[in-house]
Design a protein around this ligand. Structure first.
Ligand code: HEM
Ligand SMILES: *[C@@H]1O[C@H](CO)[C@@H](O)[C@H](O)[C@H]1NC(C)=O
Ligand SMILES: *[C@@H]1O[C@H](CO)[C@@H](O)[C@H](O)[C@H]1NC(C)=O
Ligand SMILES: *[C@@H]1O[C@H](CO)[C@@H](O)[C@H](O)[C@H]1NC(C)=O
Ligand SMILES: *[C@@H]1O[C@H](CO)[C@@H](O)[C@H](O)[C@H]1NC(C)=O
Ligand SMILES: *[C@@H]1O[C@H](CO)[C@@H](O)[C@H](O)[C@H]1NC(C)=O
Length: 316
């Protein structure tokens, strides 16, 4: 008779996985009784802010990713530093995560309508869905019921994947949070919106031995980012339709026109290339997979023992 034995190491890995992304009881109807107008208040705030500043949608989408990847989706990214503690928002990629005021405005309105009810973590999750829909992308039901964390540490942002990471590192980083290879490729489609500073990609332009980059595209990028560039704001849009949520990002990767080494690397790896191809060919498929992966991203490290912050930038 065959004997099945599970090694202690595998058992440990299984237990750790369960701990690091425990399934929380989030629900689509979480605020139906306590704050039925929550989503429309958030939507109006996001809409208004996006009209005043067209950079808002990309920034809020990225905010959700960064929040969820560090300590789970608990709005730890929104906390301000204090004299005793340097917070996540002042950690290394701080140059580009912005527009916190939009979430704070939504929170202020929610505190008037239904005090101490809607968490900042849920506001970010709803905002990320709204900005995608506003940019002509898909819409999905956001699951709610997250609570806000009380801890935020600048040094933990080291755990965010880097634009210079290879595909193996990206896959591992997503797997640590319960996300699959498909989730990695679908969520990277967030780069259909927004902008990047030169520092996130210029190193690859001066690497003559990088064959993955389209040579004409590289020349264009070099013009935007000269070697002795002094303009801290210089950079490039992440795809040619950077205000519209579409599958252009994948089409560009198939042509060697991914801005980040990490994005382009997905086309040089057999685990991810077929998925990139399928999204480049079929925008509907990309939309439905993106929506499903955003729901999964929203489940990462959800806390039920946190608090409902009154102001998103400080703990109660
Ligand atoms: C797979 C790993 C990822 C890496 C390595 C990565 C890296 C980056 C970098 C370096 C930037 C530009 C920062 C700058 O120089 O201004 C950026 C921008 C952006 N990222 Fe990602 N990212 C990843 C995944 C994601 C995901 C999962 C989303 C959302 C679903 C996302 C959404 C965005 C958006 C919307 C922008 C543009 C922000 C703006 O215009 O202000 N990224 N990302
Ligand atoms: C709309 O956005 C502008 C710019 O951020 C802000 O000054 C104004 O108060 C907002 N209005 C509403 C109704 O949220
Ligand atoms: C932003 O990150 C850089 C490292 O990339 C760090 O040197 C700097 O202190 C950070 N900014 C703030 C305001 O903490
Ligand atoms: C961040 O710093 C704290 C001490 O302030 C330390 O305990 C923790 O291990 C550090 N985390 C990382 C990811 O380096
Ligand atoms: C990917 O990057 C990691 C970290 O930099 C490195 O240790 C690893 O060897 C790389 N893997 C491949 C296949 O290049
Ligand atoms: C240059 O590109 C080659 C080939 O893709 C890669 O192996 C190498 O790590 C790159 N070097 C730098 C400094 O990015």
């Amino acid at each position: 008779m065959a004997k099945i034995s599970i090694s202690p190491i595998i058992t440990l890995v299984l237990i750790l996985n369960v701990v690091s992304y425990s399934e929380a009881a989030l629900g689509a109807h979480y605020y139906d009784q306590t704050c039925p107008q929550a989503e429309s208040i958030i939507y109006q705030t996001i809409c208004n802010a996006s009209i005043y500043d067209p950079k808002v949608p990309a920034r809020l989408l990225r905010m959700f990713f960064h929040d969820c990847f560090i300590r789970g989706c608990d709005a730890s990214l929104l906390l301000d530093s204090t004299p005793e503690n340097k917070a996540e928002k002042d950690g290394p990629p701080n140059i580009s995560v912005r527009s916190f005021y939009v979430i704070e405005n939504a929170k202020a309105k929610l505190e008037k309508a239904c005090p101490r009810t809607v968490s900042c973590a849920d506001i970010i999750a709803i905002a990320a869905r709204d900005v995608v829909a506003l940019s002509q992308g898909p819409w999905w039901h956001v699951l709610k019921g997250r609570t806000d964390g009380r801890v935020s540490k600048a040094n933990e942002t080291i755990d965010l994947p880097s634009p210079f990471s290879n595909t193996t590192t990206l896959i591992q980083s997503f797997a640590k949070r319960g996300l699959t290879v498909k989730d990695l490729v679908a969520l990277s489609g967030g780069h259909t919106l927004g902008f990047s500073h030169c520092s996130s990609f210029s190193a690859r332009l001066h690497n003559i031995s990088d064959p993955s980059i389209n040579s004409k595209f590289a020349i264009n990028l070099k013009k935007k980012c000269p070697i002795h560039n002094k303009d801290r704001n210089a950079g490039e849009f992440l795809d040619s339709t950077s205000a519209r949520f579409d599958n252009d990002y994948y089409k560009r990767i198939t042509m060697g026109k991914g801005v980040f080494g990490s994005d382009q690397a997905m086309y040089g790896d057999t685990r991810t290339k077929p998925i990139v191809d399928s999204f480049a060919k079929d925008e509907k498929l990309f939309f439905s997979e993106f929506a499903a992966s955003m729901v999964k991203l929203g489940n990462v490290g959800v806390k039920e023992d946190g608090e409902i912050r009154v102001k998103c930038s400080i703990v109660n």
